[in-house]
Write a protein that binds this ligand. Sequence first.
Ligand code: OSB
Ligand code: MG
Length: 376
Amino acid sequence: MTITITEIELSLVRLDLIHEFETSSHRKSHLDHIVVRATASDGTVGWGECASPSDPYYCSESTESCWYVLSEHLAPMVLGRPWEHPDDAAALTDRLSGNHFARAGLDMACWDLYGQARGETLATLVGGTAERISAGVSLGIEPTVDALLDQVARHVGDGYRRIKLKCRPGWDLEPVRAVRAAFPGIALQVDANTGYRADSAEHLAALTALDDQGLLMIEQPFAEDDLLGHAGLAARLDTPICLDESITSPAVLATALHLGAADIVNIKVSRLGGIGPSVAVHDVCRAAGVPVWCGGMHEFGIGRAANLAVASLPGFTLPSDVSGSDKYYRQDIVTPPIRATEGLVPVPDARPGLGVHVDESLIRTNRLRHAVLKEG
Ligand code: OSB
Ligand code: MG
């Protein structure tokens, strides 16, 4: 069975966040993601989402770089070119370097088309088995510890199964201790988004001080390329070290595991550039006995559905960041809406492909810009 994409429409869609989100590097009150609508020659429509942060702090991509790469490079490489499997569609764009968030947006749309052509859900196609995913929440840095405690109480009350706190030098031991004291039994972890330096004695002391707080893991304390720094810390601490930003490909993963830089891996479809490399990273981790969990980039329902499909693979043994979209948005762009019940989010299965219906009228009302790309 051959699929040929004949038209790609890009829409820059803005959704307001219910609650502002701050990390070690930036603060957000709304999210702008590029929604990819790919039409195949038989009229089938596949959806993808490019969940790049607006500005290049989490990684070097941005909304504008993704728009440019999708419209000037990725779309021309696939438009009018037949493929049989999404991996073959991805191979059409092999000569493009990096730009994983942009790539993931198109890759998702290819998988959605492929799933519809095969009459199977994305989860089934990748070999996923779980029907529900254990969900945690990622909580941003708050103005005060009390405000953070309110957020934790709210999400624990909603049934979420673990709490991840964003941290940075100066916002680490104090909030962690306060949350531990108020909620002694909860599964708790921190994410530093590269905010610490392995050559700073002060930073190492701050991270070491977290070691007796019963954390599930410390996520990405150091810079993305500092695998040796992470290996050194992993050897020093009892708390497992999890890598997020560092793991950009199966090859980098192999290096990180070889060096002992990662006890746990956060898998993000966006950061890895699509479903294929995400499944590959899962497979390597599973074979090596390294637990993985599914991270997120505040995705709208399209990207969230892709995350859930990947997270249904058997190596995903730790709670994900893939919460219900109502944690972030008043109204999502998909139906049925993605919701957690008692901390479990069902893997979408209402239809083949991504398994959700995209509400095109909401895309039209919430978009800031769009472009239609055709062959030639
Ligand atoms: O590091 O996991 C991260 C959001 C934006 C950028 C980086 C990260 C995050 C999150 C959000 O933690 C997780 C989610 O989508 O709920
Ligand atoms: Mg992270």
